[in-house]
Design a protein around this ligand. Sequence first.
Ligand SMILES: Nc1nc2c(ncn2[C@@H]2O[C@H](COP(=O)(O)OP(=O)(O)OP(=O)(O)O)[C@@H](O)[C@H]2O)c(=O)[nH]1
Length: 453
Amino acid sequence: MIVINRHLGNRYVSFALTCLVFFGILHAIFNNIERTVPTLSPFLFPTLTVFLLVFHLFIAIFMIMKYWCDKQRVFLLAIAFAFVGSALLMAGTLSCFPTWLNPYSLHPNNYNDAMIYFMMRNIMMASLFTLSTVLFTLRHSALTRPMYGFIVGLLLIFTALMIILAWLYSSHSALLSLDLVNNDTRQSTILWTQVINIILILFWVSTLITMLVITRLRNLFWLSGCFLCVCYIITLSTLMTTDYVGGFVWYRARFFEAIATLVIIFTLLQDVFSLYRQSHLKYQQSYQNSIRDALTRLYNRSYFYESLSHSLSTTTGSKPVSVIVSDLDRFKRINDTYGHLQGDKVLQFVANLLMDSVRPQDIAARIGGEEFVLLLPNTSSEAAKQVAERIRILLASFDRETTHGELPEPITISMGVYTTTSSAVTAEECVERADKAMYEAKETGRNRVVVFS
Ligand SMILES: Nc1nc2c(ncn2[C@@H]2O[C@H](COP(=O)(O)OP(=O)(O)OP(=O)(O)O)[C@@H](O)[C@H]2O)c(=O)[nH]1
């Protein structure tokens, strides 16, 4: 328990230090820009906003796709709604600055509306992030359809409500009003500087704490979620240093938000990459399992027949195909005397020996209990016989000492060779003929190689 707590503590400390270094560097960069660049282009803010809007839409789509892959993770929907809503409110922000898009516009910029959209965006995102963290605790529970419908409905209604409220409070509607900025002087009101800004910071702090406690920074995904919370806390804290809207500080805040969102996008891409790598590895593993014998790791019967059929389809007079069927001699006695486990070890030893004795293009397979088969493409009957003899002699040369107990006693093998240059022969016929030769080897005294004739 103490070790786990210390581990968790270290994780929190590393996270805090990383945030400190990251935002410290960003601050330093922006201080430098502020010193060296006298005025910033009026197009920088809308450009950053457009980038941010696109990034948020990208994250939302990504979350929906991730959720689509695993519908148990309903918490991803809350994050998707947060980013979709944020993108829509950012479109509202852009509409507040007609002169950015058209310098000859008759409508002046509406800084108060922009601030209302910004405020609603923060309330909506912080709430949905908190909700997502709570929903994360339900990831292993089987949600019923009504519960599932309730959650999706709640997310939809809440997001829509935030957007509608933003619109109602803005100058587009006379129904509700909120004075956060004086549009003539561009000075923010006390309501913003001393009440709402502070409430928003506290809201994000509570979201961050909830996320840290519940998710315990368990993976990169939640690490980036906490990182985004820190980003908004710093952004809002930066805004507290001024009551003039549209100055350098506002550019700095948007810059932070854009960079932090980029970091999250890279994290998500890393997530996709690691998922792809994992699934590729799993596919490789299951494919290998489907074509190999579990005990010996030689190819299995079906893969062998498939490969043999393919080799036979390309065989010609100059490209003969050879098949060697091998059967251990008196293997039953090994099992009876030393037990089944020792018998398995013998099979594994022989399998390794076969694998090491053939070329990479050859196929070594186990097609029965103690029956092995080799497929040697482009190999004449004489060459195949030599391969079989070499294996037979090599196997007979091992004993208990030289194999460190893998063989309890010297083992011999009987082998039958069949070679064809005709593609009219089937795979089954090939094995049958090599099998016949192998039985002849058994009948004529075992521990020998017979070529089918
Ligand atoms: N340990 C082990 N034994 C197996 C496995 N598959 C088959 N066997 C055993 O292999 C033995 C095969 O014996 P038989 O086919 O009677 O032939 P043999 O004793 O090898 O005698 P000959 O082939 O006539 O030389 C049987 O005892 C099977 O139980 C396996 O996966 N592991």
